[in-house]
Ligand binder design. Structure first.
Ligand SMILES: [Zn+2]
Length: 47
């Protein structure tokens, strides 16, 4: 699993996660999750 905000590799057991577009995304920290929740498209298009 890759944190879409900072591109860090993370464990799927991460407690920081969001549902978006029918998929679950995991984050390394609460701040990454918050950034994603504000502008999910920004991070998903950057791939
Ligand atoms: Zn992160």
């Amino acid at each position: 699993m890759i944190d879409p905000v900072c591109n860090m590799e993370i464990n799927e057991k991460s407690e920081f996660k969001s549902n978006y577009g029918g998929k679950v995304y995991f984050f390394c920290s609460a701040s990454c999750k918050q950034s994603f929740d504000k502008k999910p498209d920004k991070y998903l298009k950057r791939k």
